[in-house]
Design a protein around this ligand. Sequence first.
Ligand code: VG1
Ligand code: CO
Length: 544
Amino acid sequence: MKRIIVASRPIVGQKPGTSGLRKKVVEFQQPHYLENFVQSVFTAVGPCSGQTLVIGGDGRYYNREAIQIIIRMAVANGFSRLLVGQGGILSTPAVSCVIRKYQAFGGIVLSASHNPGGPSEDFGIKYNSANGGPAPENVTNEIYQQSLKITEYLTVEAEPLDLDTLGSLLLGDTEIEIIDPVVDYANLMESIFDFPAMSSLLTGGKFRMCFDAMHAVTGPYAIEILENRLGAPKGTVINSIPLIDFGGGHPDPNQVHAHELVSRLYGDDAVDFGAASDGDGDRNMVLGKEFYINPCDSLAILAANATLIPGYSGGIAGIARSMPTSRAADRVADGLGLKCYETPTGWKFFGNLLDAGKITLCGEESFGTGSDHVREKDGLWAVLFWLNLIAVKQQPVAMIVREHWQLYGRDYFTRHDYEGVNSENANKLIVRLRNTLYDLVGQEFAGLRVESADDFAYQDPVDHSTSTTQGIRIYLSNGGRIVFRLSGTGTEGATLRVYFDCYQDDPDLVDQDPQHALTNLINAADLIADITRSTGRSAPDVIT
Ligand code: VG1
Ligand code: CO
């Protein structure tokens, strides 16, 4: 095995976004592209010699090739041990679990999450730190700085390794272990939830569920946990085989993209509970019979009922939600006498709060929910939490949610996405809003007066680092809120996200369609930001 130093030059545009670096596959396949980024990571977080690194991905196109490249570079950079998921597979929460369990130095996750996969689709890479969580902003900034001044990278000459056979091999002085991608994660789930109670629910004959793995990474995890360990009938997990192009689908667990699952929740033969996860297994959507649970409500309900779950029976320390997420969780925190933190979008902002023990549960409106069991959002964990809750409460999903609304009131929520918008126009829209924020206050739009408006800035309560320009917030006279921000995960043009939420505490008015309940906010947003004209779209591409 020969160690080689390859001369290279900076490549523009390697700035990590909301969740790592995401680009089209062809961009990653350019000479030195992946290598430059990986070397920038190792240089930024190093020295790496003698350390353990976890490597895995969601199985999408280019996953295996990228893993071979990263293994060779990790060896050349001095790591003494690599833990690689069999077949190159490790879900995002499983990487987090494995890093923590084996006290690794860090991990590399290969995924573009919910973005489609395939030769002309998306790829991504993300670095996770020793706490198992996405690298915080100071680290991602340093990685970017390194990418701007790189002159060479280190690798070794070696044949591609067999990623499919479990066991250990040596490359130079580095021990490479091909690990079972599922077992550590499944054991962790079994330590948190009441598996006997959930198993009785799933095998009792009265309750049926369907889990849609969307041909992405959660298939093997869901089969092992739901069908093998909990005894749910074979076929409970659909689309369970990870495919490099996700079967041509869009592995985003919402009602638009998980339409096969949604159809199983309707009609005469509807199942009682449905769930789906995304490309890399960190998102979740949960559904009851003919009933959709908004992720903001899900977080609030899990928090309100946490003590019913063995892993949280001693109570929770606090809650956090991303800023655009509705304020439903805040009401539960209030009721429990706990603090609810409001963070910028992206899981990396929860890391310090979790590490410091300030929060136990956290979530985002974008189908992300999690707890201090790992440092990533965790799709299957959320599904198992709901199953455990149903097993204890012995109530249908819809009843659990409606009872919650009766008790706390309902925070109506919806998000409108305008995808693939001209970047210049999208940026202009945000800048225009930012520059006119103070003039907006007092003005009326669609019958609602603007009470206050700001551009969200966050100071981390633990390390006091600040993050500015995290989204424009506009508070209206009906108690409603509109948030505007641009996506940091897309690979084509810009995606404008507009978030709406409004509280309703009249028990007779908590069962409306959110699009209806939020109509005046939606109309106000168009007037405030001139969305139709700026995007050239008469309606959003995706509504969640
Ligand atoms: C989106 C979501 C954000 C989430 C991020 C990563 O980011 O809005 O809440 O944390 O995706 O999720 P953005 O910048 O596009 O709005 V995942 O499942 O892609 O790791
Ligand atoms: Co994801």
